[in-house]
Design a protein. Sequence first.
Length: 231
Amino acid sequence: MIAGCRVHSIASVTSPTGLDFYDAELRAHHEHLRVAYGISPGDEVVDIGCGTGLTTREAARAAAPGRVLGVDVSEPMLERARQVTAAERLDNVRYELGDAQVHRFDPAGFDVAISRFGTMFFSDPAAAFANIAAALRPEARLVLLVWQRGEHNEWARAIDAALGDAAQPPPRGADPFSLGDAEATASILEAAGFDDVRFEDVESRSSTDTTSMPRSRSCGGFRTRARLWRA
């Protein structure tokens, strides 16, 4: 608990309501990503770390009659993604359980690779992005959203402050801010074979409705800062 409010961890949330909460919290940043997609009808798209499939389904609508593949390491999230996709009657989407770092994608099979906060947990980012690059066709595009450094995000600082001396650095492969260094991230992408690498810093606030509770009882309203990459 932080200041009397509930902290939602995506690693421990398994109910549909909890999983959908994650999408709601990221919706403001999601709008930045959606504008940057540039997906056209007929495009073949891969969504890296697709979670419950919100970005995958939106890509599918834009790409139709093209197809979209969503990949994630969480089976509960993929099950929710399949449920919602079926309810929305989208037939150009499929989901696969897998780690994009080593997943066997069809070589040169995609026109666009997208990711919303799904690329920060690779144990070997260089190998992961090289694998993704190999799955893209010539002139294909990469559009991804990652967190800026932890110290630039109020919610991360609040968690560290609440934990105090118990706060520990995340283990390798579990750091949500692993791509927070713009220069290092650009080097990783360029070494993987991406060119015309560029980024845009974006800012939003938590979407949690806090109007009915005191600020000290709420997790909402934290400033969140992300970085939108294109290549």
